[in-house]
Design a protein around this ligand. Structure first.
Ligand code: NAD
Length: 357
């Protein structure tokens, strides 16, 4: 059955990078029997300019109807002074919230050809391939009660609540185990079970879910140790699963091990593996409209979409291998360029991936 994909290019470099991802998807439709239909719409500042809101209700409805959403990026100087309720980012937040995207998957992959881009020694990071699965809609970022109150002695006190229910932990654990099954079958669950009861329960629930995936080797690690191990020996990790706050911090740490923001994809999934896919970087207004941006993070996000929402693991692998070939050829956009390589534009990079496919 034909699957439908909603394309939301957004602002800044968004339209340039998504155009390259669409080029790749069209090629796979032509040559590999990929059965999808694509429709494009507005999000972020681009939607505000036309509709007065960063995400029109009709676009939200299309996102609900689609099998997957591929998004570029939102934001830019032009919309920075708008009222917070209609800023471009609100469009993204609405999509995440109303689509019920509770699982955020962020790969930190360092192609061996780009090892010199990392601030760590090449032998520590070359070939790095970690997937961080972060719970996105619960934990301390959303727990109630929260606020800042004034105590009887007049002193202010800030407070938040770190809370997870068993079902929330179970569903994110299943996403992580299923991802591990598609990879090297190693899962590290990150918690602070020695101090926080909520993560003591997290650990117990992960252990219970683990019984359903006997092939996956499970380890538990305290978050402080995980932060240290990511820098010391990052290649020990395959899939990591953790709560919202720890995941926020560790996924940024892991992505920076690779040193190349233009290469990092992400996926946010709901209960049925329907998802929204987007590069981890922003709209890069400083280089927008110049055909300079690196489209590979968006093309890799499209690969994740094929893997997780469209049931075409084979084509996801095909895209990843094509990108590796292009890097072998020494082709680089400005952000990942180094001595001896050939600098290409955003569209030339897309063309090179199509040729490698
Ligand atoms: P940014 O990621 O847009 O840019 C940071 C730096 O990285 C810039 O120098 C930029 O040129 C470069 N860069 C980013 N992506 C690149 C690519 N694909 N190829 C080459 N270079 C690339 O972050 P920022 O500058 O902090 O934010 C710019 C705008 O993006 C802001 O309006 C911000 O709110 C928005 N933003 C959006 C998202 C999103 O849509 N998910 C995420 C982060 C920031």
């Amino acid at each position: 059955m034909t699957k439908s994909v909603l394309i939301l290019p957004g602002d800044g470099i968004g339209p340039e990078i998504t155009a390259e991802a669409v080029k790749i998807l069209n090629k796979l439709v032509e040559t590999d029997g990929l059965d999808i239909s694509m429709e494009e719409d507005l999000v972020g500042g681009a939607a505000y300019d036309v509709h007065g809101v960063p995400l029109a209700d009709a676009t939200m409805e299309k996102a609900h109807q689609a099998d997957a959403v591929l998004l570029g990026a939102v934001g830019g100087y032009k919309w920075e002074s708008l009222d917070i309720s209609v800023r471009p980012e609100k469009g993204l937040l609405r999509l995440r919230k109303e689509m019920g995207l509770f699982a955020n998957l962020r790969p930190a992959v360092l192609y061996p050809q780009l090892a010199s881009a990392s601030t760590l020694k090449p032998e520590i990071v070359a070939g790095l391939d970690i997937l961080i699965v972060r719970e996105l809609t619960g934990g301390i970022y959303f727990g109630q009660p929260r606020g800042i109150r004034v105590l009887d002695n007049g002193e202010r006190q800030g407070y938040n609540t770190y809370v997870y229910s068993e079902s929330e932990v179970k569903r994110i654990a299943h996403v992580a185990f299923q991802a591990a099954m598609k990879r090297n079958k190693k899962l590290t669950s990150v918690d602070k079970a020695n101090v926080l009861e909520v993560t003591e329960m997290w650990r117990e629930v992960v252990e219970e879910v683990a019984k359903e995936y006997p092939e996956v080797e499970v380890k538990h690690m305290y978050v402080d140790n995980a932060a240290m191990q990511l820098v010391l020996n990052p290649k020990q990790f395959d899939v990591m699963v953790t709560g919202n706050m720890f995941g926020d911090i560790l996924s940024d740490e892991a992505s920076m091990l690779t040193g190349s923001i233009g290469m990092l994809a992400s996926a946010s999934l709901d209960e049925n593996n329907k998802g929204m896919y987007e590069p981890s970087h922003g709209s890069a207004p400083d280089i927008a409209g110049q055909n300079k941006a690196n489209p590979l993070a968006t093309i890799l996000s499209a690969a994740m979409m094929l893997r997780y929402s469209l049931g075409r693991e084979d084509l996801a692998v095909k895209i990843e291998e094509a990108i590796s070939k292009v890097l072998d050829q020494g082709l680089r956009t400005g952000d990942i360029w180094s001595e001896g390589c050939t600098q290409v534009t955003c569209s030339e990079m897309g063309d090179a991936v199509v040729a490698a496919l």
